[in-house]
Design a binder for this molecule. Structure first.
Ligand SMILES: [Fe+2]
Ligand SMILES: [Fe+2]
Length: 268
């Protein structure tokens, strides 16, 4: 379907940015079968005693589990956005995002199968996802999902990719960095249009929702499954630093969208 003239006879130039991301998303689409399954190791292979190797495998399994959990939730959110968005340009775009998140889930499930199954869920991530799914307005949903989470996940993917060179996990992280870059860009483009037409009350409720969500976001950022609890203790100072950086990025993004961030209460 052509992305031009989606609604005839109306000035829809404000949605040109969203349509650009729709074209980009179609262009960047990949298949789960494009990944070199079976030709390269699924995750980094451990050295040393069998116990040590098993422990390392547990750590990687927990890393993959967190991404699987996140993408299953992302499927739900993308499907909700596709249904909730009233604008045809946004619907076109979200149709690609639903496919992306489904493909991500399929890839994580396959990788999970290759490394011996799933692991512990991050309970705070479930809570955060439900807050976004139950948010009152589309402006809140797009802000939380695409402007905030999908921007922050990119640096996580880069981090995982750096420590898993030459594996399927690295390849997936690189692919998802591109995809989530598009998801974030599209969200920024759409949120700009939504906020241009939004009432003061809608904008205020977006900031209020962010303040309600932030304490849970902090718990999520500092949470680690039992396999990685020892890393969590060793990395606490670095985690706090990274969390602060993430929250500052969120505030800057809100500001760039013209939101009044003077009432945002950063929990750290
Ligand atoms: Fe995803
Ligand atoms: Fe995404």
């Amino acid at each position: 379907m052509s992305a031009e003239a989606v609604v005839e006879g109306e000035d829809r130039s404000a949605y040109a940015g969203v349509l650009r991301f729709y074209e980009l998303a179609k262009h960047q689409e990949w298949m789960v079968r494009d990944v070199a399954w079976g030709q390269i190791p699924p995750v980094p292979e451990g050295k040393g005693s069998p116990e040590r190797q098993a422990r390392r495998r547990d750590v990687w399994r927990s890393v993959v589990m967190q991404q699987l959990q996140a993408d299953v939730l992302a499927c739900e959110m993308a499907a909700q956005l596709l249904n909730a968005a009233p604008d045809p340009e946004a619907k076109l775009y979200y149709s690609t995002m639903v496919q992306d998140e489904s493909r991500h889930t399929e890839a994580w499930l396959r990788l999970t199968g290759e490394i011996g199954g799933t692991g512990e869920r991050d309970p705070h991530l479930d809570t955060l996802a439900h807050m976004t799914l139950e948010a009152d307005t589309l402006e809140e949903k797009v802000f939380q999902m695409q402007v905030f989470y999908e921007r922050l996940i990119i640096s996580r993917f880069r981090l995982i990719a750096r420590s898993s060179r030459g594996t399927v996990l690295e390849d997936l992280c690189n692919r998802l960095t591109t995809d989530d870059g598009i998801h974030h860009g599209a969200g920024m483009a759409y949120e700009k249009v939504l906020l241009q037409n939004a009432s003061k009350k809608t904008k205020q409720s977006l900031v209020d929702a962010a303040n309600r969500l932030l304490p849970t976001f902090v718990e999520h950022a500092l949470w680690r499954p039992k396999e990685r609890a020892f890393i969590g203790r060793a990395m606490h100072a670095r985690d706090i630093e990274r969390l602060k950086e993430d929250l500052e990025i969120g505030v800057r993004l809100a500001q760039s969208l013209g939101l009044d961030v003077s009432e945002v209460q950063l929990p750290v």
